[in-house]
Design a protein around this ligand. Structure first.
Ligand SMILES: C[S@@+](CC[C@H](N)C(=O)[O-])C[C@H]1O[C@@H](n2cnc3c(N)ncnc32)[C@H](O)[C@@H]1O
Length: 242
């Protein structure tokens, strides 16, 4: 009995380390494969999610699990004062830094940082967001609680991530693509088949729809809602910090 919390902590730490190592290993091919394997739809999804933001003119935005900074870059369209992106995989962040250093709009600062233990004070941000990141957290409730802590009261959480489609026919096609095509192409281009076999597994175990809204409510968010995109391959989750 006494050993159980320690075991949970060990499992979480081990999972986090594996995820960090995996993203560091595929960082050099991440952008290319993202756009190739999704046929560019990931760009549309990020834009669509940002179009749903309800909080008015967010001044300070935090992008969790920012990777190479694509969601942070897209958030410039909200015309904030500043954007910060944090990620545990430094190889991803290093590739993002030159990308976000150019172009008009808000300054973007990318740094190494764990979403489950954020190096920011309480109530620092108006909008906290994450694209395809939360699914990879070591312990999702801890990450959601941290997002809640660093948001100001009335601030918004915006999450975009994969879901499994339910429509008959499309679901079978999606499963075939995710299980048989994606790991082969992803493995071939990145040299890391494991990483692209992990993707469908992680989507299969990620809480979706109402189950994810329940986790958001338990972390302290209210007015929670979700919207499936593109036949339910991905979804946007939104909530407000009380
Ligand atoms: C699929 S990538 C998404 C990157 C980017 N948000 C995008 O839209 O392309 C997932 C990222 O989550 C990061 N990640 C996983 N767990 C994390 C955590 N606990 N804290 C911060 N970043 C994390 C990984 O290092 C990886 O860069």
């Amino acid at each position: 009995m006494n050993g159980e919390p320690a075991k949970l902590n060990d499992d979480v730490a081990e999972r986090k380390q594996a995820i960090q190592g995996m993203f560091n290993a595929i960082a050099h091919r991440y952008d290319l494969l993202n756009h190739l394997l999704s046929a560019g739809i990931d760009v549309y999804w990020r834009r669509r999610a940002l179009g749903m933001v309800r909080v008015r003119t967010p001044q300070a935005i935090l992008d969790l699990a920012t990777g190479t900074g694509d969601f942070a870059l897209a958030a410039r369209r909200l015309k904030p004062g500043r954007i910060v992106g944090a990620d545990v995989a430094l190889a991803m962040v290093r590739l993002g830094v030159p990308k976000v250093a150019v172009g008009p709009g808000a300054p973007i600062r990318l740094l190494g940082g764990d979403a489950e233990r954020l190096p920011f004070r309480d109530h620092s941000f108006d909008l906290v967001m994450a694209a395809f990141g939360v699914r990879n957290f070591g312990h999702i409730p801890t990450g959601l609680a941290e997002a809640c802590r660093v948001l100001r009261p009335g601030g918004e959480l915006l999450i975009l991530d994969f879901t499994e489609p339910s429509a008959f026919g499309f679901r079978q096609f999606y499963r075939f693509y995710f299980k048989h095509v994606l790991p082969v192409v992803g493995g071939w281009i990145s040299g890391n088949r494991q990483a692209y076999a992990y993707l469908p597994r992680s989507v299969g175990t990620f809480p979706q729809g109402e189950a994810f809204l329940q986790l958001m409510a338990e972390a302290g968010f209210v007015d929670n809602r979700h919207k499936p995109l593109t036949l339910g391959i991905s979804a946007v989750y939104q909530g407000v910090r009380q």
